[in-house]
Design a protein around this ligand. Structure first.
Ligand code: PMP
Length: 409
């Protein structure tokens, strides 16, 4: 029994009715890349531009006040969604990548130095990996990577050894966008905190697909992206514990983020505005709050249960074939991502043939090049699922993979 009424949900996503590839119905399985946008969220965007489009914070005219209230309330709403204590702990950025950069530059550049260590995992996305690598180069700190075991899990014995009193930051992806591994983030938080290190969770794949509570994890920072959770592009979120955000220097400077400015000196605005320089992501914030309402109405436990069931189904169907290699943990223990290769078919060719069948997947390194080096392949094909996907769509994927196999053999 599916915990979701998928047919009902699909009615909110007219794009899923689209025809592609000369009249085939779209099968959209690139949700880890970007999710589709339901009607209420599209309506919220249109409503903003139709009724109360104005700049926020500084206006005293009615439209500006309406936009300000909606934008500020959106911070509270998204904060609540991940268990944070209100808008002071929720900074809106451009995406997960910018949230990672914000912490790495505003905190890391000031706090790290020679002898300090930043611990990442081998399955980090470039958003965190490249960013900490560069800040480490600037500060003289060292980056270490918790290894991945052959079956796609983090080597937690190695983690225990690598995280020491020299560690200042542990940054780990919650759900790997390539392996689908669900990492034990609470356990990592405990180890980090035992050594007085901060703990940063990359929630880009977890926040959209399962209940995530920053207090339960005891995360110091959590980053995620609106466009992967039914919201628009152009907005990401950084949760940070209030005292940490208060102590941190700003990341970007300019209007809105200041309190008092003279020719010599400036002081900073209250949280979270201190980190939102310039005209912020107003429409995107309002729309993300609507997306979060949509997800909460369905219930994140139900979203997770649906994802787990369909992912396991896809895993089982693909493992029927001897020539398919799937990366990461077993089908009953993973997030909604299945990355694989078919013997003798390059992932890009596979993706192109799937496209001819109307099936949209991602092919490439999924912004995890070093992890692909560990896997020993340059690229993989990745199908990823969301709350509107059906078993019939998984069947369409498997049939299209069959067709690709026929072409290449
Ligand atoms: N981290 C993970 C785990 C991701 O899957 C992604 C998106 N592929 C990102 C970070 C970066 O997200 P964005 O491109 O929205 O900044």
């Amino acid at each position: 029994q599916d915990p979701l009424d998928v047919e009902r949900i699909r009615e909110d996503f007219p794009i899923l009715e689209r025809e592609v590839a000369d009249g085939r119905q779209l099968v959209y399985l690139d949700n880890a890349g970007t999710s589709q946008t339901p009607e209420p969220v599209v309506d919220a965007i249109a409503d903003y531009y139709r009724r109360y489009n104005a700049n926020v914070h500084r206006g005293i005219h009615e439209l500006s006040q309406e936009a300000s209230v909606a934008y500020e309330d959106a911070h509270d709403r998204v904060a609540e969604f991940v268990g944070a204590d209100g808008r002071e702990e929720m900074v809106f950025t451009k995406n997960t990548t910018e949230a990672e950069n914000l912490v790495a530059f505003a905190w890391g550049l000031n706090e790290l130095g020679p002898g300090d260590e930043v611990v990442l995992t081998q399955m980090e996305h470039h958003a965190s990996l490249v960013t900490w690598q560069q800040v480490a180069k600037k500060t003289g700190a060292e980056v270490k990577y918790i290894p991945v075991t052959d079956d796609g899990y983090l080597d937690m014995d190695a983690a225990e050894e690598m995280i020491t009193d020299d560690t200042e930051m542990v940054n780990a992806v919650h759900v790997s966008n390539t392996l689908g591994t669900v990492n034990p983030v609470s356990e990592l938080a405990d180890i980090a905190h035992d050594h007085d290190s901060l703990f940063f969770v990359d929630g880009a794949q977890s926040v959209p697909t399962r209940p995530v509570d920053v207090k339960e994890i005891d995360a110091d920072f959590l980053a995620f992206s609106g466009h992967k959770m039914l919201g628009p592009t152009g907005i990401g979120c950084l949760y940070g514990k209030r005292h940490l955000l208060e102590e941190m220097e700003p990341y970007l400077y300019g209007g809105m983020m200041i309190k008092k400015v003279t020719f010599e000196e400036s002081t900073w605005n209250d949280l979270p505005w201190k980190f939102e320089a310039g005209t912020p992501v107003i429409e995107q914030g309002v729309a993300l709050a609507e997306a979060v309402d949509y997800l909460d109405d369905i219930g994140m436990e139900n979203v997770q249960a649906h994802e787990e069931a369909i992912t396991e189904y896809a895993y089982d169907r693909l493992t029927e074939y001897d020539d398919v290699d799937i990366y990461g943990p077993p089908g009953d223990d993973r997030g909604a991502v299945v990355a694989f290769n078919v013997d003798g078919v390059h992932a890009h060719d596979l993706s192109s043939i799937l496209n001819d069948h109307g099936v949209a997947i991602r092919a490439g390194d999924h912004c995890t090049q070093p992890l692909h080096d560990v896997l020993g392949v340059p690229a993989s094909a990745r199908a990823s699922f969301y709350l509107y996907n059906t078993r019939e769509e998984v069947d369409a994927l498997v049939e299209a993979v069959d067709a690709a196999r026929d072409i290449f053999n």
